[in-house]
Ligand binder design. Structure first.
Ligand code: FE
Ligand code: FE
Ligand code: FE
Length: 167
């Protein structure tokens, strides 16, 4: 993953930069999720993380397809926001002494991840359409729908069990 990217002069450059940003972020998530799966206790939460890990791997493949469709090399640039969300998650989960509280902390972190992804994919879709790349937009839309569904599922889990048990 390159630390520095090319100067961003056009909307097309910004589109490619943002693709590289979310590509890096998705790759970091595939490294973080197995650790979270290992730490949480709630079965529903564990299953949701396991499913989303598989989805995330597929989302990475979709991004690689979009790079290819747009004639760009597959490449990541450091996403300081995702690094920050993940390091905050590790800190809070590391400090959670009770299993139920740790589950609530993991849920909180996972929803921060989903919300970051939702903003980025939403923007990427808007940029793609503006650049006349409806083909890229529709591939990215599949991922946006998965991120939104994951966020809704995490909210349901939080409201049904995890926060009540942690209280
Ligand atoms: Fe994702
Ligand atoms: Fe970023
Ligand atoms: Fe996600």
């Amino acid at each position: 993953m390159a630390l520095f990217s090319k100067p961003i002069k056009t909307l097309d450059d910004l589109f490619v930069h943002t693709l590289q940003d979310i590509y890096y972020a998705e790759n970091q998530i595939t490294k973080a999720l197995p650790k979270m799966i290992g730490k949480v206790t709630n079965t529903q939460l564990k299953l949701a993380f396991e499913l989303h890990l598989q989805e995330t791997k597929n989302q990475i493949a979709r991004l690689e397809k979009v790079f290819q469709m747009h004639g760009q090399p597959v490449k990541g640039v450091t996403c300081a926001a995702m690094d920050g969300i993940i390091s905050e998650a590790n800190e809070v989960m590391g400090d959670s002494a009770e299993a139920e509280v740790l589950d609530a902390a993991a849920l909180m972190a996972a929803q921060a991840v989903e919300h970051y992804e939702i903003t980025r994919y939403g923007t990427l879709i808007a940029f793609a359409k503006q650049l006349g790349r409806n083909d890229c937009a529709s591939v990215l839309q599949e991922t946006l729908d998965e991120e939104k569904a994951t966020d809704r599922k995490l909210t349901e889990i939080a409201e049904s069990r995890v926060n009540k048990l942690a209280a």
